[in-house]
Design a protein around this ligand. Structure first.
Ligand SMILES: Nc1ncnc2c1ncn2[C@@H]1O[C@H](COP(=O)(O)OP(=O)(O)OP(=O)(O)O)[C@@H](O)[C@H]1O
Length: 232
């Protein structure tokens, strides 16, 4: 069954159509990467999926229900979680408090179990703002997985990470995908190719191509528009 579907989803900002009639489906259990050049509409698309941005037209279906009219907090209750391009942690609070807030519980075992999933257990009492940038991003993912989501949306999770942290991130996604369907906006093609079961390429708000990584990598339209490889 499809966990997430969008039907002719569009968003206009004044005269600009940022997302233009996107049909998209994501089966349960998949890691699906959304790629495309800057301004292609990726963040606007996931904003409409999560309910932070209102759709101009079209529908979002989640777990067999039309969630288009639901505000973001109700979609979270349905099982969606997301992290943003910019980190959204409580910088003055400890890791424990950050995760406890996301969990809605101060149960020590539960908080530790969440931190364990992202490999931050040894920093439970540290003030979040003093973490390295890479660790702050991991904490943010921890706050997303704390809700045990059916769908985890990650908007450019590796942006600003060091090479060594990116390797750790790939292992983290490998572990998380056993329990969670993942929609990943990502610019790093190495990360996309090693993690994604399927890829959708957006260009000027439209789906340029969608399919398995091998298919996308060799698609001449994608190479021309995005991957920058010369094709004959
Ligand atoms: N609130 C807004 N008001 C006006 N225009 C907007 C707004 N949000 C996005 N846009 C425009 O919509 C288009 C798509 O933007 P969006 O951020 O969704 O692209 P993106 O693919 O996520 O880009 P990037 O990779 O740079 O994050 C861009 O032309 C952008 O300038």
């Amino acid at each position: 069954m499809m966990l997430l579907e969008t039907k002719k989803l569009s968003r206009r900002f004044g005269g600009l159509t940022a997302v233009d009639g996107v049909d998209f489906s994501l089966p349960e259990g998949q890691v699906h990467a959304l790629i495309g050049p800057n301004g292609a509409g990726k963040s606007t698309f996931v904003g409409m999926v999560s309910g932070r941005i209102r759709a101009s037209e079209g529908e979002v279906w989640f777990d067999g229900k039309n969630v288009t009219p639901l505000p973001a907090h109700k979609r979270i209750r349905c099982g969606m979680a997301y992290t943003f391009q910019i980190t959204a942690i409580y910088a003055r609070l400890t890791l424990f408090d950050n995760v406890a807030l996301a969990l809605g519980s101060r149960n020590e075992e539960e908080v530790q179990a969440v931190l364990e999933r992202v490999g931050l257990t040894d920093r439970v009492d540290q003030i979040a703002g003093t973490l390295s940038y890479g660790h702050q991003r991991l904490l943010e993912i921890a706050m997303g997985v704390a809700q045990n989501p059916r769908l985890l949306i990650l908007d450019e999770p590796t942006q600003g990470l060091a090479e060594s942290e990116i390797e750790g991130f790939k292992k983290l996604i490998d572990r998380l995908k056993a329990d969670t369907t993942i929609l990943l906006i990502e610019h790093n093609m190495d990360v996309v190719m090693s993690l994604a079961d399927a890829i959708t390429v957006l260009e000027t708000g439209r789906v340029l191509a969608s399919g398995a990584p091998e298919q996308i990598q060799t698609d001449p339209r994608v190479q021309d528009a995005y991957l920058g490889t010369v094709s004959c």
